[in-house]
Write a protein that binds this ligand. Sequence first.
Ligand SMILES: Nc1ncnc2c1ncn2[C@@H]1O[C@H](COP(=O)(O)OP(=O)(O)O)[C@@H](O)[C@H]1O
Ligand SMILES: [Mg+2]
Length: 261
Amino acid sequence: MEPFFSVNHLSKRYQSQGRTVQALDDVSFTLARGETLGLAGPSGCGKSTLARIIMRLSPADGGEVRFQGRNWLALSGQDLRAARRHVQMVFQDTYGAFNPRATVADAIGEPLRIHRIVAPRDRQAEIARLLERVGLGADYAARPVLQLSGGQRQRVAIARAIACRPSLLVMDEAVSALDVSVRAQILELLVSLQSETGLSCLFVSHDLAVIRAVCHRVAIMEMGRVVEQGETDSVISNPQSDTAKRLIAAVPTLRKDQSHA
Ligand SMILES: Nc1ncnc2c1ncn2[C@@H]1O[C@H](COP(=O)(O)OP(=O)(O)O)[C@@H](O)[C@H]1O
Ligand SMILES: [Mg+2]
């Protein structure tokens, strides 16, 4: 049976100032329903490029993405508009992702309205339900998004993403700017949302400790290529590529695990 989601031989080049950067070079992986796949690799290896292509924010040069049996990159017009709600993204920099004047209710209400998820008269109640679900409480609805803390804003970004009841969530360094205790709470929220809804997640991070906390499998990238992929625990305990070894060495807690293994 065809996987729920797959990226097949994807490639992408950028031309800038007379130079060509091969940001993605023959990248392939699959994702099952309810699964979280980590994409890890050093800065500049192509993670955000991949996330942006999957989100249809930027075109690929070659290869394909298949989602629920459809050629995802070929969807256009009304088909694409209708399908977009199924794939949602949370970025690192949610400060820039919100309209500066938006309240929390505006931010979460927008996808509900655009994708007609609930009837207009039920919108306020749905916003309250989503706020409760991400651990903020309904009284946050009237607050300006930009007055929230980083962790609260990421909860709003998650509420807005799950408002569409997506089947795939793409998170690009979504917890990287948060301090350790807030980060742990957001990761816990993600895991509990997944067990409730069967959401699949593509979780981009340069930090293997974060990847290990939430990802069933991990793909390690370097210079636009996937150099290694496997079960998260086995990649971390027995890395094959130099890239994976370097990423592990960069996280003190993982290094310690290794020397005890
Ligand atoms: N819009 C762009 N124009 C030119 N080069 C880009 C652009 N976006 C990314 N790149 C280059 O593509 C490579 C991959 O970048 P990116 O996908 O942002 O990596 P990552 O998210 O892993 O840090 C880098 O060399 C980066 O400089
Ligand atoms: Mg990036």
